[in-house]
Design a protein around this ligand. Structure first.
Ligand code: GLY
Length: 425
């Protein structure tokens, strides 16, 4: 079997790693990939949104199916394009991807199908948005969201009306997010713990993966700026049996809605949940694996990812029993110091060869090879994941392995999975 993975980060590194575990997978390609992913997959120098060249590549190399890791090509219709060329591809159609690429569509979908979420109002006019914010209670936080894809910069939790109005002005008047901010949502703030539920779906049936928890802030204790994720662990300790049932019920409603709306959805659904008063509310849908959640969850998957993909493509997911390891997984992201603001790159990464054992895996994100040496090339550099019988062990294992790795200005959080540890110890 030959598979093409689309994307270039730690998530796609984890997806390639999972595919490589199946001996029937003879060849993995990754477009555009990175020089770390090149250890497992052949790197293809075609951009994620160059659909014509990707299709040509798939045809010439007789690739069995393509797996889309990242959201931008999905939102631009890569699945529709591949399908129109008679090619198999894992990911939702352009219309289905609006669950992620339009926050307003996603909210309308949630209210239509009775999915619990924060109350909101949407605006296409700056003054209407500012006047509405004036009517709100100044003692409550206000959430401002850009409607479109904004590379993780589209959500702002504001502590007062002035802050909310300032950011609305920046998004709608100064256009700091470009066309992603043409329309915005002003949303009620819900306090609580966030959890990520990833779901396999063939558009008819679905299967939840173990719940995970991302750590978005750059510094220990959930302090500092928001990032693309500094680490994740799974299964998340907050995912009680009761909560899981409630989330299953939410996912059932989503898939019912997908069928009713005749959305083509063969891929991964990401349900971002906030738990308040013991009840789950949907914060967002994404139409692909989370990053770094994928780097924590995929190492726990026992069934071959390629078998799951084939079941999804044939809409036979219901017949497949997906097995997970009864273990804990902790992923810590190593970033360039200064990220998510300004940082330097080009530093040699040393010590990776010292990482040993089948239970610790290196996932590659912002790296490139220069004269045979691996150097940093972006803010998010590596994800290191360890799995073990207990969460405490997984944490100890991942941090003792990270101690073997070095690059100048390396930064990472020392407290990934602290909530789970507090609950277990
Ligand atoms: N970890 C959040 C995301 O992938 O969107």
């Amino acid at each position: 079997m030959k598979i093409l993975v689309i994307g270039s980060g730690g998530r796609e590194s984890a997806i390639c790693w999972q595919f490589a575990k199946n001996a029937n997978v003879k060849k993995i390609y990754c477009a555009p990939g990175n020089d770390g992913i090149a250890k497992l997959a052949e790197i293809v120098n075609i951009s994620t949104c160059d659909f014509e060249n990707l299709v040509d590549f798939v045809k010439v190399n007789k690739i069995d199916f393509t797996f889309v890791g990242c959201e931008l090509p999905l939102s631009l219709g890569i699945v529709d394009y591949f399908n129109s060329c008679g090619l198999k591809i894992i990911g939702p159609s352009k219309n289905a991807s609006k669950l992620e690429s339009s926050k307003i569509y996603s909210k309308q979908f949630m209210s239509k199908y009775g999915i619990p979420t924060a109350k909101y109002n949407s605006f296409s006019d700056l003054n209407n948005a500012l006047n509405y914010i004036d009517t709100l209670d100044d003692n409550r936080k206000i959430v401002i969201k850009a409607d479109g894809l904004a590379a993780g910069k589209g959500v702002h939790v504001c502590s007062c009306k002035k802050e909310a109005k300032d950011i609305v002005h920046k998004i709608m008047f100064e256009k700091i997010l470009g066309s992603a901010g043409t329309n915005i949502l002003v949303e009620e703030y819900i306090d609580g713990e966030e959890l990520s539920y990833l779901v396999f779906t063939d558009g008819i049936s679905y299967s939840l993966m173990p719940a995970s928890q991302d750590h978005k802030r750059v510094s220990d204790g959930d302090k500092g700026l928001n990032t693309g994720g500094m680490g994740a662990y799974a299964p998340a300790s907050l995912d009680t049996e009761q909560l899981n049932k409630q989330v299953q019920n939410i996912v059932k409603k989503v898939i019912y809605g997908v069928c009713q709306e005749k959305l083509e959805y063969k891929g991964i659904l990401y349900v971002g949940i906030i738990v308040n008063g013991g009840l789950p509310y949907v914060l967002e849908f994404n139409c692909r694996f989370g990053d770094p959640e994928a780097q924590a969850v995929l190492p726990l998957l026992e069934t071959n990812l390629s078998d799951i993909c084939i079941a999804i493509l044939n809409q036979k997911l219901l017949n497949l029993q997906i097995k997970w390891k009864n273990k804990f997984s902790v992923c810590v992201v190593l970033v360039s110091g200064g990220y998510p603001e300004s940082f330097k790159t080009g530093f040699e990464i040393t010590g990776l060869e010292n990482i040993s054992g089948r239970d610790t895996i290196i996932f590659y994100a912002g790296v490139k090879s220069v004269n045979g040496r691996l150097v940093t090339s972006s803010g998010r550099v590596l994800g290191i994941t360890s799995i073990s019988e207990t969460i405490k062990d997984a944490i100890n294992k991942v941090y003792s392995n990270i101690n073997l790795v070095y690059f100048d200005n390396m930064h990472f959080r020392k407290d990934i999975a602290w909530r789970a540890l507090n609950e277990k110890s």
